[in-house]
Design a protein around this ligand. Structure first.
Ligand SMILES: *[C@@H]1O[C@H](CO)[C@@H](O)[C@H](O)[C@H]1NC(C)=O
Ligand SMILES: *[C@@H]1O[C@H](CO)[C@@H](O)[C@H](O)[C@H]1NC(C)=O
Ligand SMILES: *[C@@H]1O[C@H](CO)[C@@H](O)[C@H](O)[C@H]1NC(C)=O
Ligand SMILES: *[C@@H]1O[C@H](CO)[C@@H](O)[C@H](O)[C@H]1NC(C)=O
Length: 314
C-alpha cells in the first residue's frame, strides 16, 4: 500500500511540476558599450572586445583577452547572441594573422543551459573563483596550450542573449546559430578561418558537439535529426572554420536509450551500494542488441532514436 501511495505521490508531483511549464522566459539584450563599431563584424571590432579594465579580485597579470556578445545572424532576432571570452596563448597570437597553423580551442559546458563561464572560472580556465570569491590563477589553464574561447550557448544561456521568442526550439537551430556565430568570430579574428579548431566540452556538450555521427558523410548528416554543432559545420557548404578535432569529457553522446545500455554506466553505478540494484535492473533488462547496433565503430548508418529537447520546457 505504501508503494502504491508513493507512486501516486510521484505521479502527482510530476504532473504538478509539468503543469508549471512552459515557463515565461525573459528578454535579454546585448549591452552596447561606448565605442561599439557601427560596421559589420571585422577586425576593427578587436579593440572593442579587448578586455582592458582591471577585473575585481584579480591580483595577477592576465593573458591578453577578448570578451563580448556576437550575433548569430537571425534576421527576426537581432538580439540573439552568443557570449565569448577568449584568451591568447601568446601576446598577439589571436590578432596576428600570420599564425595560420596554430590550433585554437573552443570550450563548451553542458547542461543543457550551463554557462561555459563555469569551465573558465572553476575548471580549465585561467580565473579560478575560490569559495570566498577571491580569484586565483590556474597555472594549467588551457589557453597556455592554444588560444582558447569559452563560449556561452545556446542563445539566452549565461551572458548569451535572446529576446523572449528567440530561444532555440531544438538543436538544429542551436547548430545553425553556432555556425553563424563562428562566421562572425572569424570575421573579427581572421586567422581563425584557417587554423585547426579543437572543439571541446563536457557533459551535455557531448550532444552539442557531436554524437557518433560526426564521422558520417554529409548526405547522411543532413538527413539525420540528431542534433549538434559538427553536423551544422559539415553540412555548411563553405564552413567558416576548419574543424580538426573534437574532445568530449564525461560526455553525453547519444540518447537515453543508448546511455542506458552503456557498460560504463554500470561500472559507475556499481561503485555505490545503493545504486547496485538500479544497475542490475538496467543491465539485465537492457536490450543488448542496442550495444551492437548503436555503439559500434564505424557507426551504423541509421539515425539514433531522435532526441530533440525543447529548451523552453526545461
Ligand atoms: C533588442 O534590444 C534592444 C535593447 O538593446 C531593444 O530596444 C530592442 O527592442 C530589442 N529588439 C528585439 C527585436 O527584441
Ligand atoms: C602585448 O604587446 C603589446 C604591444 O607589443 C604591449 O603593449 C602589451 O603590454 C603586451 N601585453 C601583454 C599582456 O603582455
Ligand atoms: C580565500 O580563499 C583562498 C583560497 O582558499 C585563501 O587563500 C584566502 O586566504 C582566502 N581569503 C580570505 C579573505 O579569506
Ligand atoms: C573579492 O574577494 C573577497 C574575499 O577575498 C570577497 O569577500 C568579495 O566578495 C570578492 N569580490 C567580488 C567582486 O567578488
Amino acid at each position: 500500500m505504501l508503494g502504491f501511495a508513493s507512486v501516486v505521490l510521484a505521479v502527482w508531483a510530476f504532473l504538478k511540476c509539468a503543469a508549471q511549464f512552459p515557463v515565461q522566459v525573459p528578454n535579454t539584450y546585448p549591452h552596447a558599450y561606448p565605442g561599439m563599431p557601427q560596421t559589420a563584424y571585422g577586425p576593427d571590432w578587436q579593440n572593442y572586445f579587448e578586455v582592458t579594465d582591471t577585473l575585481p579580485n584579480v591580483t595577477f597579470p592576465l593573458a591578453r583577452n577578448f570578451a563580448g556578445n556576437v550575433g548569430v545572424n537571425r534576421a527576426d532576432h537581432p538580439n540573439a547572441t552568443l557570449f565569448f571570452w577568449g584568451f591568447e596563448k601568446l601576446n598577439g597570437s589571436l590578432t596576428d594573422v600570420a599564425s595560420e597553423t596554430d590550433p585554437w580551442i573552443i570550450w563548451l559546458n553542458g547542461g543543457p543551459g550551463s554557462s561555459s563561464m563555469i569551465g573558465l572560472m572553476t575548471e580549465n580556465g585561467l580565473l579560478q573563483v575560490t569559495g570566498n570569491f577571491s580569484i586565483v590563477e590556474n597555472e594549467f589553464s588551457w589557453h597556455k596550450l592554444a588560444d582558447t574561447f569559452w563560449v556561452d550557448q545556446p542563445v539566452g544561456t549565461g551572458y548569451a542573449t535572446s529576446d523572449d521568442t528567440g530561444y532555440v526550439p531544438d538543436e538544429d537551430q542551436l547548430g545553425r546559430d553556432f555556425v553563424e556565430f563562428l562566421s562572425n568570430i572569424v570575421a573579427i579574428f581572421p586567422s581563425l578561418a584557417s587554423r585547426p579548431l579543437y572543439l571541446a566540452g563536457e557533459s551535455y556538450a557531448g550532444v552539442y558537439i557531436a554524437s557518433l555521427f560526426f564521422i558520417l558523410p554529409p548526405e547522411i548528416l543532413t538527413t539525420c535529426t540528431q542534433p549538434y554543432i559538427t553536423k551544422a559545420i559539415f553540412s555548411t557548404p563553405n564552413p567558416p572554420v576548419r574543424l580538426a578535432k573534437i574532445a568530449i569529457g564525461d560526455g553525453i553522446i547519444g540518447d537515453d536509450t543508448t546511455h542506458r545500455v552503456l557498460p560504463i554506466v554500470c561500472a559507475l553505478l556499481l561503485r555505490s551500494v545503493v545504486s547496485q540494484h538500479i544497475c542490475k535492473a538496467h543491465c539485465v533488462q537492457a536490450p543488448r542488441r542496442h550495444i551492437s547496433v548503436y555503439l559500434r565503430l564505424p557507426p551504423s548508418t541509421i539515425c539514433l532514436p531522435g532526441q530533440t529537447y525543447v529548451y523552453r520546457d526545461m
